[in-house]
Design a protein around this ligand. Sequence first.
Ligand SMILES: [Fe+2]
Ligand SMILES: [Fe+2]
Length: 400
Amino acid sequence: MQINTFLKIYIPLPFFPVRKRFFRQNHRETCVTAEHMVQGTGSEHGQGDEGDAGDGGDGGTGMSGDAGTQGRRDGTREAQGASMGKETKATGAPVPLFAHNAPPRTENCNEKNVSAFAIQVKLWHIMAETEGIFMAIRIIHFSDPHAGGPAEDWMAYLDKRWVGVFNYRFRRRFRHDQSKFKRAVEYILDTRPDIAVCTGDLTSTGQPGEFAVMREILRPLRESSIPLIYTPGNHDCYVHRPSCMKAVNDTYREVNRGREFTDLPVRLEICGIDFLVVNTSRPSNLLCSWGFLDHRDAEWIAVRSQEHPGVTKILVNHYPMFEDHPFLRVRHRLFGEKPVRRLIESGAIDLSLCGHVHKPYCRVDATGRGENCAGSVTRNGSMVEILFDGKNFTYKTIQL
Ligand SMILES: [Fe+2]
Ligand SMILES: [Fe+2]
């Protein structure tokens, strides 16, 4: 018996209820969560309103960008539809299969979990491939929560930290609502995406106490089986002070479940996608928040972008590759980004995920390829949900 025939006949049997659910999903008008389907109690409808403007990069500038529509999530278990740049009201057209309506794919991505259930999910994937079905990957992208606090040692008044402490004391703490970050973590645990990505700036001055607060908030997510990628922002690498560098190292290791900060850049293969994770954040001078993509990292990205032809590649770093607002060019610019920008434009890299600019935006083509900035989860009160159906990326704003 040919292997294809075997797979088609024998493997689908234990998945029969799931298969029914899969095909039914393809004809649904909008997305519902797995809980709705199990309990059958959730009403579903799409709703979207015009996205708020938001403002500011790290320094608070207003910048042009795609206007985003936002769907509000409330406790009534209503399904929300909202997208960045597109309305997602029910249209009657088939929608991509959301991964959380299929068997929990996260099991497949969790290296630690080798169970019978994981084997079942593996078989499901083989079956899906055999039948030419690609199940959509769901990524939740958030950034820039910016915890803050007072100076933690007297040396803070002799280095750049006093600027950050002053900034937090008189400006940032009124703008960033940390309760939204807690809600973001709850939402991710609730909806179980295939991957969660944080593109940096967990803190304001990179001090150990700030990292400790954020690690505690992230702990339930870290202890879950949801794959989590974190790359530091410029505020996480604020100064060269050994205690601060140790704090960012420890946080990186803890959040990334044992991976070392010194391993960056690193390629992570999760759910069939190559994530190229790079650190572009370095301690900078007193007045600027510059990022640096050095030659070695740029070459590494170029080499990795040519490997695994046909595999989708997503670049993860803190700084925008394309944001060219004059304010960013002066105080918040990224140096050395041009070769990578060309790779994104040529399609060698499908998508760049970044933060730093405290306003969510998408700079993408018709297939959703390009760059996505998540904005600040505590300032904009939003995250971005990215769906990849094997061909196109689509974006939704999750309003917390
Ligand atoms: Fe930031
Ligand atoms: Fe930043």
